[in-house]
Design a protein around this ligand. Structure first.
Ligand code: GLY
Length: 359
């Protein structure tokens, strides 16, 4: 097992990454010494919530499990209301804690409930997907979707601990496992050359074998990369935008395809588009784009060309939520392991790159 201590305005918190971490979860709960604990999970990963409940009971606490329907469609105000009612029934007081066992949807929903209940109770994140381990469990973003807008209703609420049990990854469906590598490659290209080299050397072992020893190194490096940038910009007002690499065109493709394409495939598409534009603008060499794309190929990302109308993708890019006064700020790779935020891109280059990536 490896452990990192992450900085946050609410104090440092540990992130534990390893295999079969029930005892570590028990120790985390013992150390936090909450007055009560409520587990939020989803219907797909209930067995992991049951394991967590056993660990919590061994720490001498009673707990109960609330499972929301699995899937992004549970990130709603109405599911949030159910979670809050559950916390009320469980009589979680200000000294209590919420334990989120699941992927990004559960983490975002339970995190927001923890931030709101009693004006904020502690949160322990137990991510069960690779994507949640490398991204959403770190950095304190919580939220639910509005009727028309993703993650529109939320807050920043940092966890008190994150316990990433890699054993959960063994049971992940293949598409969900593969998809997470879009975010992993994102960290590598935008922030961490060493991670890029590690991925290049071990991509087949990771893509086909789910080698847990190698995954532990990968998750550790992704968390460390994200932690560095979140420590500089916890509330996402500036440098944290680097984590948006690949997301400008990626989010646009998700929207243009009616959210029928997975986030990972969309982000991989977005990274290809951004790197293609960066080559055209002479911000990076063609080699950078080619080696990024070759690595994405090993993980089958984005797979067959996404089916979407280029005009709709281009229109959606203009509506990017990180745009300021109508100007879209792109994150652009300069070399492997280093990207820059805030680049303006001529419309003709966007059109050419999007059209090429959809061909
Ligand atoms: N997933 C991007 C961020 O946490 O800022």
């Amino acid at each position: 097992m490896v452990r990192l201590i992450l900085d946050s305005s609410a104090g440092g918190y540990p992130v534990l990454i390893g295999t079969n971490l029930q005892r570590e979860l028990r120790n985390v709960v013992t150390r936090l010494d909450p007055t009560g604990a409520a587990i939020i999970t989803d219907t797909n990963v209930r067995p992991w919530a049951v394991k967590a409940a056993k660990a919590i009971k061994r720490a001498g606490l009673k707990t109960a499990i609330h499972a929301v329907p699995a899937g992004e469609h549970s990130k709603t105000m109405s599911q949030l209301q159910h979670v809050l009612s559950f916390l009320e029934r469980q009589q979680i007081d200000r000294g209590g804690c919420v334990i989120a066992v699941g992927g990004g949807t559960v983490g975002d929903l339970a995190g927001l409930a923890a931030a709101m209940w009693q004006r904020g109770v502690r949160l322990i994140a137990v991510p069960t997907t690779l994507l949640a381990m490398v991204d959403s469990s770190i950095g304190g973003k919580t939220g639910v979707n509005g009727r028309r807008s993703k993650n529109a209703i939320g807050t920043f609420w940092q966890p008190s601990a994150v316990v990433s049990d890699l054993a959960a990854i063994e049971t992940l469906p293949a598409p969900s496992y593969r998809d997470a590598f879009a975010e992993v490659v994102k960290y590598a290209v935008a922030m961490d050359r060493g991670l890029f080299d590690l991925l290049q050397r071990n991509a087949p072992r990771l893509a086909d074998d789910r080698d847990l020893v190698m995954l532990q190194r990968v998750v550790f490096r992704c968390v460390a990369a994200k932690a560095l940038v979140v420590a500089k910009d916890e509330r996402d007002r500036g440098p944290r935008a680097i984590l948006n690499y690949g997301h400008t065109a990626g989010h646009a493709l998700e929207a243009a395809s009616g959210f029928r394409i997975s986030h990972g495939r969309a982000v991989a598409f977005g990274m290809r588009v951004a790197a293609d534009i960066a080559v055209s603008m002479e911000l990076c060499s063609r080699r950078v784009a080619e080696s990024q794309d070759a690595l994405l190929d090993v993980f089958g990302l984005p797979g067959r060309p996404p089916r979407a109308d280029p005009n709709r993708v281009i229109a959606a890019i203009a509506l990017d939520k990180k745009a300021r006064r109508g100007k879209v700020a792109w994150v652009m790779p300069r070399r492997i392991g280093h990207a820059e935020i805030g680049h303006a891109v001529p419309g003709a280059l966007v059109r050419r790159a999007v059209t090429r990536a959809l061909a």
